[in-house]
Design a protein around this ligand. Sequence first.
Ligand SMILES: Nc1ncnc2c1ncn2[C@@H]1O[C@H](COP(=O)(O)OP(=O)(O)OP(=O)(O)O)[C@@H](O)[C@H]1O
Ligand SMILES: [Mg+2]
Length: 246
Amino acid sequence: MSQLLEVSGVSVSFDGFKAINNLSFSIGEAEMRAIIGPNGAGKTTFMDIVTGKTKPNAGTVLWGEMSRNLIGMNEAKIARIGVGRKFQRPTVFEDQSVFDNLMMAVKNTRAPWSVLFFKPKFKDIAKVEELASEIGLSDQLKRKSGELSHGQKQWLEIGMLLAQDPRLLLVDEPAAGMTLAEREHTTDILKRTAKTRAVVVVEHDMEFVRRLECKVTVLHEGSVLAEGSLDHVTANPQVIEVYLGR
Ligand SMILES: Nc1ncnc2c1ncn2[C@@H]1O[C@H](COP(=O)(O)OP(=O)(O)OP(=O)(O)O)[C@@H](O)[C@H]1O
Ligand SMILES: [Mg+2]
C-alpha cells in the first residue's frame, strides 16, 4: 500500500510542554485508521498539525506521490490539496435545507467568482443526491437542517466535506453525543468513505473503534505507543498500564 501521509519526527511544544514528541507514523491511500489514546495524548494536536492550524517545532508531514511537506502550508491550501477535517460541532447552516447545505458545499468546490453566477445544473443536483445517499439523508433533503437530530447534523457535515472530494478525511470524536443507532450509522458512513479515500478517526468509544475494523494507532504523551489491530493493541501491557493509570 503506498503511503498518502507520512508523519516523521514531528514535535510541538506549548510553553515548554511537549504535546507531540517525535511522532512518526503513516497512513495509506484509502485506508481507515483509528487513533486512540488517553486525554491529552496529542490526538487533536496531530490533526491541528496536519491541517496547518498548528506549526510544529520539528519534523515533516509528507503528502501524496509528490511527497510535498504540509508543514508551512496554510490551512486553505492544505484543504485544497485534499485534506478535509470534521470538527466536533457541526457547522451546518441551520436555516437552510439539507439540500441547500449540500448544494452550497458542491458550489464551494468552484472558483469563488463562479459562485456568483451559479445556477444549479442537473449534474450538481445529481451530485447532491449522491452525497445525500452516501450519508443516509436522501429522505431528509427538504428538511431544515436545524430540525435534524445531532447525529443527522454530523452526517450532513460529513456529506459537505465529501463534496470537496478530500483524499484524506480527519474526524475527531464523531461518536460523542450520539445514540447507539446513530453511532452504528456513522461507522457505516465512515467505512464506505474509506473505500475510496483515507479516513482517520480519533475516538474514545472502543465499541465504535471495534466496528471500524481497522488498524489502530495508540498515542501517548505525543508519541506512538502501539499499533496494530484493536485486539493486538489492547493486549499490550504498556497500553493497559496507560489506560489503567489514568
Ligand atoms: N494551544 C495549546 N496551548 C497549550 N497547550 C495545548 C494546546 N493545545 C493542546 N495543548 C496541550 O497539549 C496536550 C495534547 O492535547 P490534545 O488536545 O492534542 O490531546 P487529545 O489527545 O486530543 O486529548 P482528548 O482525548 O482529551 O481530546 C494536552 O496536554 C493539551 O493541554
Ligand atoms: Mg482531542
